[in-house]
Design a protein. Structure first.
Length: 299
């Protein structure tokens, strides 16, 4: 028995910043509904989650989702912990996104459905309602779109997602036995996580922040204030080209080529070196760690 499943949720946190696990554990994250289709039956929308217990414990049930890690996180951290539903073991999950990747197809459900010309396609209009209802109407508040008519459209969107996902599942071959085992291990690793030394991460951030200030100060002095930050691409290009650099890009290849020509002045070369150093001093990956770490696991 294949149970195709799709959650529609809302939260104060941005899942693209935190990842699925932190998103699912955040107190503000709420499940609008879950769409369920058992085998070839018409998808049903559930807001009374207690009704899902019989499916969760069914010995023959295999749960299928597109990017199933998200559904697993929501099930484990919301359905189980808040609504006392039984856990679903990793080995009872399957992922249509993994099947698409194994066939060299795009990850996104909308894109792969379009490429394969499936009869069931994503509801593009409904997606706009989903995005509107997935976050607060105004950043920093707890005010959400709770319009009953919009909720009906969200339920319709969720049902169509389930139909599209199911047709994709029927269209693509299952993962090979080896690939399926690798996917199980991948899910285990992602749900278990890794330990992060947050004290060291915060020290790195402090060091890099100070280094960035120092490099930007040097940049200001070199360019007589025409460029104040290494991220000001257009200002830096304008400054360099005023001196005859004739550059159109500051990507790695362009910078390397410009330096090798031997036509740049020592000051122009130093400006480009600073640009390279500031690129290596990115704080993004360290801040991403802070955003994605579960408080209970901080060392």
């Amino acid at each position: 028995m294949r149970v195709h499943i799709d959650f529609e949720t809302r939260s104060n946190v941005d899942i693209w910043e935190t990842g699925a696990w932190i998103y699912s554990t955040h107190p503000s994250t709420h499940v609008h509904c879950v769409g369920i289709a058992v085998d070839d039956e018409e998808p049903q929308i559930y807001t009374d989650f207690a009704k899902l217990k019989s499916l969760a414990v069914h010995p023959d049930a295999i749960f299928v989702a597109h990017n199933a890690l998200f559904e697993q996180c929501i099930w484990k951290n919301i359905m189980v912990k808040r609504y006392a539903l039984p856990p679903i073991p990793i080995k009872k999950w399957r992922c249509t996104m993994a099947k698409a990747c194994a066939c060299g197809l795009p990850k996104a459900l909308e894109k792969v459905a379009d490429i394969l010309k499936l009869e069931q396609q994503k509801d593009k209009q409904g997606r706009q309602i989903m995005l509107r209802m997935a976050k607060p109407l105004k950043e920093g508040t707890d005010v959400y779109d709770e319009d009953p008519e919009h909720l009906k459209l969200l339920f319709k969107y969720c049902k169509q997602d389930v139909r599209t996902e199911r047709e994709l599942d029927d269209t693509l071959p299952d993962l090979s036995e080896d690939e399926q085992q690798i996917w199980f291990y991948d899910q285990l690793i992602n749900t278990r996580g890794v330990h992060v030394d947050m004290s060291t991460v915060k020290k790195f951030i402090s060091i890099l922040e100070n280094k960035t200030v120092s490099l930007n100060k040097e940049l200001v002095e070199l360019t007589d204030g025409k460029v104040t930050k290494g991220t000001q691409i257009q200002s830096m290009l304008a400054y360099l080209n005023e001196g005859g650099a004739d550059m159109t890009s500051l990507d790695k290849a362009s910078v390397t080529t410009a330096i090798k020509t031997g036509k740049l002045t020592p000051t122009q070369i130093q400006v480009l070196r600073l640009r390279q150093q500031l690129g290596k001093s990115s704080l993004a990956k360290y801040r991403k760690l802070i955003a994605a770490v579960d408080d209970e696991e901080i060392l």
